[in-house]
Design a protein around this ligand. Structure first.
Ligand code: 5GP
Ligand code: SF4
Ligand code: MG
Length: 466
């Protein structure tokens, strides 16, 4: 998911167009639903629906969302199915007044928390774990919203980058491992919170800094206040942000995503060289790593696959059938460039393997004589419990099969994946470090190596409450 918030100090200002553009820039983080909640200081108004930002909002709706402060969300479902009751921001009225919440991440103790809350008489209207957070906030004691939110967040395990809107403030909080990104920007006298820096750029805000793990940031008429929710045992930013999830022009916790992806492609070329005539990327997510591979190997980079730019991310479609049909609409091989050539095809990841086998077939039909696949991340072998909807282990091709078997299944002449060490180094170099030792590596690598930063439940998460 993507979260965004803007607080403008001028109470006559109109914040909803800015939130709209911020969400537009975060659209790659979720395409299932979009929502905006704003306040004019007295009343909180909101609108949310299924679909892309551009489908959900039009000028008429934005016009009705008058306010000087607000938050927004684009959703990619991890706990709770894809339907409108689960769209965010979640808007509630509690003893402290109106409140709206937008959450990126996934709680791992949502079941037990929800059970306890229900035992105390709480009612739930959605099947999303964000409502658990809202209930914890509404039950916490105290007048200071920073304390109230901290008390609630301390009961939660898992990943969260949350932005909260009240009638007089926006608050951003990041989990103690910093699994999901969240940054602060400045816009005139106002402030912005965003999942990624590309959304700050979109509205002309200036990057200030990343929110620290375990930190809260409150923006109100008192300016920006930082508060501590809890100590951070260690940093474990999701490495998959650099592989796939984040936009290439974002900078997260000091690492440029572009630089990390170029590095990953370069390391991949060192780890898995091959004789070939042209390097191509699987657009868009594989392109930057393919450029890195070409730079390092000296094999020319070319365009071999053309993407229909009006199609969204295929993986992110929640059902398998839609995902399969999506690939052909989305990509086509460019016969003129691939015909008669030995191709190195670089993609960022193989999850189920559906995409890759179809693309390889397209390239062969277009006349490629050899197809060597190179993947700029290690095999995805373990499910994510922190906000990426990876399937259970038996649907992860990397968990069920050896590299050799996968290569045969997707029909390539050779297959090579980046090592875990190569991935860590590609990000490390992007923050100006040569490498990290295992104990000070600040990234979560659990879907590749099974070492989860937080204890994880055994059952799947998505349909827990259905
Ligand atoms: P698959 O191997 O499952 O067919 O798909 C792999 C492709 O899905 C890669 O090109 C990758 O860019 C893309 N992808 C899109 N969304 C996600 C996601 O949320 N997680 C993962 N692991 N890959 C994704
Ligand atoms: Fe990211 Fe993988 Fe960790 Fe999930 S398990 S947070 S996708 S690195
Ligand atoms: Mg892709």
């Amino acid at each position: 998911c993507g979260v965004f918030g803007v607080y403008l100090s001028d109470c006559e200002a109109d914040v909803s167009p800015m939130i709209y553009y911020g969400l537009y820039a975060l659209q790659h983080r979720g395409q299932e639903s979009a929502g905006i909640a704003v306040t004019d200081g007295l009343r909180l108004r909101y609108f949310k629906d299924m679909g892309l930002v551009s489908e959900v909002f039009d000028p008429k709706i934005l016009n009705q969302l008058k306010g000087y402060s607000g938050i927004g969300h684009v959703r990619y479902s991890t706990t709770g199915s894809s339907y409108v009751a689960n769209a965010q921001p979640l808007v509630v009225r509690y003893k402290g007044g109106d409140m709206a919440l937008a959450h990126n991440g996934n709680l791992v103790n949502a079941v037990s928390l929800r059970g306890e809350l229900e035992a105390q008489g709480a009612v739930f209207q959605t099947t999303s774990d964000t409502e658990v957070i809202a209930n914890l906030i509404s039950r916490a004691e105290g007048d200071d919203i920073k304390d109230v939110i901290s008390q609630a967040m301390r009961q939660i395990n898992g990943s969260y980058a949350v932005v909260i809107l009240t009638n007089d403030a926006i608050i951003g909080v990041r989990d103690p491992y910093g699994i999901r990104p969240l940054c602060l920007g400045k816009l005139g006298d106002g402030y912005v919170l965003a999942s990624e820096s590309c959304a700050l750029d979109a509205i002309g805000a200036e990057f200030v800094r990343d929110i620290k793990p375990g930190e809260g940031i409150a923006v109100s008429k008192n300016g920006v206040e930082s508060f501590k929710i809890m100590d951070s045992p260690k940093m474990a930013l999701c490495s998959f942000e650099f592989v796939y999830l984040a936009r290439t022009d974002s900078v997260i916790d000091g690492a440029g995503v572009y630089r990390a992806r170029i590095n990953a492609g370069r390391m991949l070329a060192m780890e898995h060289p091959v004789q070939a005539d042209m390097v191509i990327g699987v657009p868009d997510s594989g392109t930057t790593a393919a450029i890195g591979y070409a730079q390092q190997s000296g094999i020319p980079f070319g365009e071999g696959l053309i993407k229909n730019r009006y199609v969204g991310r295929t993986f992110i479609q929640p059902e398998q059938k839609m995902r399969e049909e999506g690939v052909k609409v989305k990509l086509n091989a460019l016969r003129e460039t691939v015909k008669g050539k030995r191709i190195v095809m670089v993609d960022d990841s193989i999850v189920r393997g559906t995409t890759s086998s179809q693309i390889v077939e397209m390239l062969r039909e277009a006349g490629a004589v050899e197809v060597h696949m190179r993947v700029s991340s290690p095999p995805v072998q373990y499910p994510c419990y922190f906000g990426i909807d990876t399937p259970s282990r038996d649907n992860l091709i990397g968990a069920m099969h050896t590299v050799k078997e996968i290569g045969d299944m997707i029909g390539v002449d050779s297959l090579g994946y980046l090592s875990v060490d190569g991935l860590v180094r590609s990000v490390a170099e992007a923050v100006g470090r040569y490498e990290f030792s295992a104990s000070d590596c600040p990234y979560c690598l659990a879907c590749f190596d099974g070492h989860y930063p937080v204890d994880v439940p055994e059952q799947g998460q998505k349909y827990l409450f259905e």
